[in-house]
Design a protein around this ligand. Sequence first.
Ligand code: C2E
Ligand code: CA
Ligand code: CA
Length: 704
Amino acid sequence: MTRFSSLTSQFFIFIAIILGIAISVSTYTQYSNEANIINKALYDRGESLAELLAAISVEPLLVFDDVTLNGYAEFISNQKDIVFAAVVNDKNVPLTHYLNKNNNYIKEVLQSDEIVDIQPALNDLRKNTDILFFETVIKFGDKPLAKAWVGLDRQPYNKLSKDALLNILWITLGVGLFVGGAMYFLFKRKIFKPIEILMQGTQSIANFDFDKTVKIDGSGEFALLADSFDKMRLQIKETMESRDLVMMELSELNDSLEEHVQARTQELQILNLKIAHEAMHDPLTGLPNRVLVTEQLQHDIAHAERTKTKLAVFIMDLNNFKEVNDTLGHPEGDRLLINVSQRLLKAIRDSDTVGRLGGDEFAMVLPDINEHDAVKVANKILEELLPSFALDDHTIKVGASIGIAIYPDHGVDHTSLVRLADVAMYEAKKDKSDVCVYRAELDKYTPLRLSLMDYLHTALETNQLQLHYQPQVSLVENKVVSVEALIRWYHPELGWIFPDQFIPIAENTGLINQVSDWVLEEAFTQWRKWQDTGVNLNIAINLSARDLASPGLPARIAGLCNKYKMHNNGITAEITESAIMYNPEQVIEIMHEPDMQRLQFSIDDFGTGYSSLSYLKKLSVEEVKIDKSFIIDMVRDDNDANIVKSVIDLVHNLGHVVVAEGVEDIETLTQLKLLGCDKVQGYFFSKAVPVDELMAIIKNIEQA
Ligand code: C2E
Ligand code: CA
Ligand code: CA
């Protein structure tokens, strides 16, 4: 509004200034015109009167008729605006004169002092600027006779021109005001009112009031503008309304979303707690895992340090657990571990911690205890484990070995305490003493089991691993048709480390996938080299249960087959029966993956994993390897021989090839031949050897 009124007032100030200037200029021009006209008339009159007086005075002058002359002068000066009239000689001496006694100047002159001498009085009047003075020479022919003087009073003319000025002023002002007013009303109606309406419209919209119609009558530009503006208002209104609707829906949506989020957050919190718990606990037994045990141990060490007390770390390993697992299967093994953990919990105090580190390895942390009492507790634990464990299908006995390390006598930090207890546990196992407290001299005899994983990392990076190859002889073709690739690790300080020592740990820690990756690459490379040099040997490699569970395996196999151009099943993957039975459905599924079909499959260690016939039928395998434990003694043990015979028949019935591993002597070989075994492998032919010794050995075998 202020801007608008300032526009109006600016406009009016502008108009007023223009009008003022116009009025002034017009008044001035008119007035000066009028004054000029009046002035000219005055002069004309004065001049003609003087000439008239001169003309009529010639005759009386010639005849010296003073009376007539006087009469003329009086006649002339009788005019209201004439001050005086006179006829003077060349010396300005009045011959006749007449003064208008009604004139104010004359009145003044006459009143002030009686005119004695008329000549000086006339001269004074002549010089008065308020009196216009005219002089005409009176001539007879060319001869000057006298001069006619006429004095005209300027006053009435002055007054007249002042009146004229006022008149002009009033008229011009009137016209000016009229024009100004007319302009004002015109502008107000045609421009300012519409602008005001439009501005009010925009202001309403600016204030989010979309209901005020904007309308200007008529058909001019403003009316059109108002019309489009109003359409715009309606559009904005519509948009705003739909926006409001959307906002409402949005806010409703937001509310329900918030509810969802809250619910989700709660679920997540619960899940997080669960995950946090799972991250810290062993899923099988529910006991704290290595992470939590370590944490608790650190905490207890700090406490012992403050209170100047001792604490004990136990590492316990079950005796023969691998055998239990292998013979009774993983499910029974798992149940045994659960039962063991329950008994352990019974044997210790509330302030003690018991956790499972992996496999059949448990750890216990016992605060505020000395070595003597720690040994007593360890024996109590072993007593607790003495009674048989009733599993689902079997009742078994298991012993255990416990290694003890004491803070601060043997070590002060958690890593070394665990390592030392582990060293002691190995010693207990080795000398079958069940419980062993750490002593410094134990250290040098113990393989650095805990460090083994660190070393294995390095081994993978620095080519410490090798594949050795053990020939497999076909009893049908009487020649070496394939080799089994067995991993070997030569450590620069520890010397040869055999797979039984590190493969189980690698399987437990997940490092096995990297190991298998290395084995696969190495085996494919070797196969390609042999193919390129005309050696036609199938290579069998060993895969772990954990490899089969890795989702990237089929793609990896496909990649290798393409890279090394393997189209004819040149590689066989051996999978142990117990690995298959750990999760048969998964193994069946992965074996049937098209990419995996580019390999052949062999069931390793058959006879130890309790596989069921129904699964055996479903597995797409080429061969079955009878476990060496049945082969080695079969010539001396009828039981084993019977098992071998039944397995060979069963496998043949299923349409697979039978392989016997662990063939150490000629008797075993002969018997296997009689039983119809297809392929054999064992020390009788050769141990696993480095690749550069292999060809000579194969040659020997085939010649013999
Ligand atoms: P396995 O697959 O059953 O391999 C056969 C094992 O028996 C080999 O031991 C082999 O050297 C040994 N052996 C061969 N012939 C005879 C014989 O006539 N008599 C006796 N008593 N033993 C014989 P090794 O090389 O120590 O391997 C042990 C186990 O380590 C293998 O058992 C296999 O389960 C695993 N392993 C070996 N290499 C690899 C590998 O590259 N990857 C995986 N995942 N496991 C491997
Ligand atoms: Ca094998
Ligand atoms: Ca085997």
